[in-house]
Design a protein around this ligand. Structure first.
Ligand SMILES: [Zn+2]
Length: 180
């Protein structure tokens, strides 16, 4: 359990650095809003984002359109997190387990979500099945029952994240990581 928590912390902190490695979405003193007005740069603002690894903090350039009276945040558009504190991956998981209402309040989001995805019943079915092994990545926290199941093997993506960061830092290809 401690190892799992630690690997999520490490993965989360790598992801946080990765998400903040760019220019925060700053595109100069002004950008166009959705309606074509000029929105002026105000400041960099932080946002807490619940991801499949861990909650992370993302810094983004915040612009304001006076005509619309609304904020414009290019980085939120790029990351697909406009008006939401949940990453696209977490939102997909929510879609699969049915609606986000149950997961809306506070820091327990991930534990609740993981508990639904890997319930004791599901683990029993895997134990009784003809499957030799079920391989999952450590992007999803396992319930104690799942963690104790000998047929479930967990692969860490920490190495992949680290390699991705290294390549971005060296301006090497990241996409080639996934086709080679
Ligand atoms: Zn506008």
């Amino acid at each position: 359990m401690a190892i799992r928590a630690a690997s999520h912390r490490i993965g989360g902190s790598l992801l946080e650095r990765l998400l903040n490695a760019d220019g925060k979405g700053y595109q100069g003193g002004a950008v166009d809003c959705a309606k074509g007005h000029r929105a002026r740069f105000v400041e960099h603002r932080g946002k807490e984002l619940i991801t499949v690894l861990a909650p992370v903090s993302v810094s983004r350039a915040y612009y304001h359109c006076e005509a619309c009276g609304e904020g414009v945040i290019p980085k939120d558009v790029a990351l697909d997190i406009v008006d939401t504190g949940f990453s696209p991956g977490v939102r997909r998981m929510m879609g699969q387990v049915g609606g986000k209402e149950a997961f809306e309040d506070g820091g327990k989001d991930l534990e609740v979500l993981a508990g639904v995805l890997v319930t004791t019943k599901a683990v029993e079915r895997i134990s009784d099945s003809a499957l030799d092994e079920l391989v999952v990545t450590d992007t999803i926290p396992l319930s104690p029952a799942a963690a104790g199941c000998k047929r479930i093997r967990v692969l860490s993506i920490a190495g992949l994240l680290a390699e991705t960061m290294l390549r971005i830092s060296n301006e090497d290809s990241v996409s080639s990581l996934f086709v080679e």
